[in-house]
Design a protein around this ligand. Structure first.
Ligand SMILES: Cc1cc2nc3c(=O)[nH]c(=O)nc-3n(C[C@H](O)[C@H](O)[C@H](O)COP(=O)(O)OP(=O)(O)OC[C@H]3O[C@@H](n4cnc5c(N)ncnc54)[C@H](O)[C@@H]3O)c2cc1C
Length: 521
């Protein structure tokens, strides 16, 4: 990004009447909307209360997928749309999305033919955007591809393909894409109220979370893309508004790669509570999850429950010969699905995973639900609607073929810095200028000191947690190692941004208290 946060905020405070569209929320949904609106040429401002992707969008299973589970439920339209979006995302962000093989292990005679046919339908629905043909595997081949799978009773497997990505890295790249097209995306800027003119929403009141300063911005359209916090904004619009969000918590645990060596992931299509469970290689570790637990109220740091972790471990033990225990968990993280239930039903397993677009009487446009995979289509629908509601000049959506910031084909995924895509050379330049910055921050993780400098300079990282959790993924990969990295990250950030010793100490303390929540043994 070539404009820094302070410069953007100064302009926002000065030019209050400049904006066509203000978007509230900097997760997948809001950032997607910012990319869509700015690339159509609308003057676009996005305000995020914390850091980009601090909410649900950094806590997913990291799959770009059609959703085999929705196929089981017969929701063909949703699967079709998601498979198409999967294809577009692989095309538009090849540096961050890769093709991942999944194997459904079969222990009953009927599972091979049953899941084999199901996956053929999945392939067929993907059409020309398909990324690999599914097939049935013998018991021997299954064991060759999944050497640590429980072999007792194993009959064979079904292999199929989906996409896999790094969620918060994509979020940062989306913010950069919006900015590349002239949009402004500002983190640590919380919307505290809506401005209305003749009962129509005409802007927002906001507060800079770093300085406490309040400001107001007028806009022709206002979009509410606040995920599990959607109801808070709806309430700012109408104090009698009915709640529509039923948050549902999903937990993941991170294990050492030895528990599942090789390239293939495991997909368990039916757990004891009827869910789908994944064990997926990710950044040289194994990500296992997830759960579906209704929660009362939204939070930015949801906490995994003991029973959720036990549920995941119990299933992991059934399928993995290494029998992982709590001691093997390197990090636990929880995320909240922003499920929409306009009817008020609280049965989260039954609520549609489709997205919902609402226009309030005031003209406030609300977008919620959906999946990371479908963020682009959600954004297209949202900006179409916002443009109509606000009477903006009609501009066609161009994101189907729009390259996302960092776009680079055929990246070498064995190279640590590959996820920067076309920015990788610039990160390497930092090391060239100061070879000391080529050193690792921790012996158990591959992250380099130069990445801290890059994150502050180019990716709007403000806190140690922004760097360790969402620019790098250290917090999710190995929470204890990330705590050990924090003092050096704080020192490098302070040097780059001109903070004092006190700032560093406070940052490290704050980071520790967050990261301790990810340690479960
Ligand atoms: C456990 C789990 C696993 C998942 N796995 C997958 C998967 O593998 N693949 C997939 O495609 N999808 C997956 N999903 C779904 C996907 O992660 C979500 O649909 C998506 O991230 C939601 O994004 P969002 O932008 O709507 O919400 P969020 O990411 O929560 O963003 C909303 C943002 O709004 C901000 N905000 C709130 N109030 C204000 C305010 N007043 N002012 C300014 N900002 C505000 C919040 O801070 C937050 O950053 C998963 C979800 C969960 C929970």
């Amino acid at each position: 990004m070539n404009i820094d946060r302070t410069t953007m905020l100064d302009k926002v405070k000065k030019e209050t009447d400049f904006w066509d569209i203000v978007i509230i929320g900097g997760g997948a949904t809001g950032l997607g909307a910012a990319v869509d609106a700015s690339s159509r040429g609308y003057k676009t401002l996005l305000l995020e209360q914390h850091d980009f992707a601090k909410g649900t969008s950094s806590r997913s299973t990291k799959l770009v997928h059609g959703g085999v589970r929705y196929l089981q439920q017969g929701n063909v339209a949703l699967v079709l749309e998601a498979l198409r979006e999967r294809g577009l995302l692989i095309q538009n962000a090849p540096h961050l999305v890769k093709n991942q093989s999944f194997i459904v292990p079969n222990y009953d005679w009927w599972e091979g033919p049953f899941y084999g046919i199901g996956m053929k339908v999945y392939d067929m629905l993907a059409g020309k955007l398909g990324i690999g043909k599914s097939k049935n595997l013998s018991r021997e081949k299954t064991l060759e591809l999944l050497p640590t799978i429980e072999s007792e009773g194993l009959k064979g497997g079904v292999i199929y393909y989906d996409g896999q990505f790094d969620d918060s890295r994509l979020a940062i790249n989306l913010a950069q894409t919006a900015m590349d097209h002239g949009g402004y995306t500002i983190n640590y800027a919380k919307v505290t109220g809506l401005i209305k003119t003749n009962d129509a929403v005409s802007g927002v009141k906001a507060q800079d979370q770093l300085t406490g300063e309040e400001f107001e911005v007028n806009a022709r359209a206002v979009v509410n893309a606040t995920g599990v916090f959607t109801d808070d904004i709806l309430e700012m619009d109408d104090s009698d508004a009915q709640d529509i969000i039923v948050p549902s918590q999903g937990v993941h645990i991170m294990l050492d790669k030895d528990f599942l060596p090789g390239d293939s992931a495991i997909m368990v299509p039916h757990t004891e509570d009827g869910r789908v469970l994944f064990a997926v290689p990710w950044h040289d570790k194994i990500l296992v999850g997830t759960t579906d637990t209704p929660v009362e109220s939204p939070s930015l740091e949801p906490m995994a429950l003991e029973e959720e972790v036990d549920f995941i471990l119990d299933h992991a033990k059934q399928y993995l010969t290494g029998n992982p225990t709590r001691d093997d968990i390197q990090s636990v993280f929880a995320g909240l699905r922003p499920l929409v239930s306009p009817s008020g039903s609280k049965d989260t397993a039954d609520i549609s995973r489709d997205h919902t677009l609402l226009v309030s009487l005031s003209g406030l446009v609300t977008i919620a639900g959906g999946k990371w995979t479908t963020y682009r289509k959600m954004a297209e629908d949202t900006i179409d609607k916002a443009a109509t509601v606000a009477g903006l000049n009609e501009q066609d959506c161009i994101t189907e073929d729009l390259r996302i910031h960092g776009w680079l084909k055929n990246v070498d995924r064995e190279e640590h810095l590959h996820y920067y895509g076309s920015d990788k050379v610039a990160v390497e330049k930092i090391i060239e200028n100061n070879p000391e910055l080529g050193e690792r921050l921790h012996k158990r993780l591959p992250y380099l000191k130069a990445e801290v400098i890059w994150a502050v300079r180019n990716e709007m990282a403000v806190t140690v947690e922004d760097v360790l959790s969402r620019r790098m993924r250290a917090l999710l990969l190995d929470a204890k190692a990330s705590i050990e990295m924090a003092p050096e990250v704080a020192r490098l950030m302070a040097e780059e941004a001109g903070h004092d010793k006190q700032w560093q100490e406070k940052q490290v303390e704050e980071y520790k208290s967050i990261a301790n929540r990810y340690i479960f043994n």
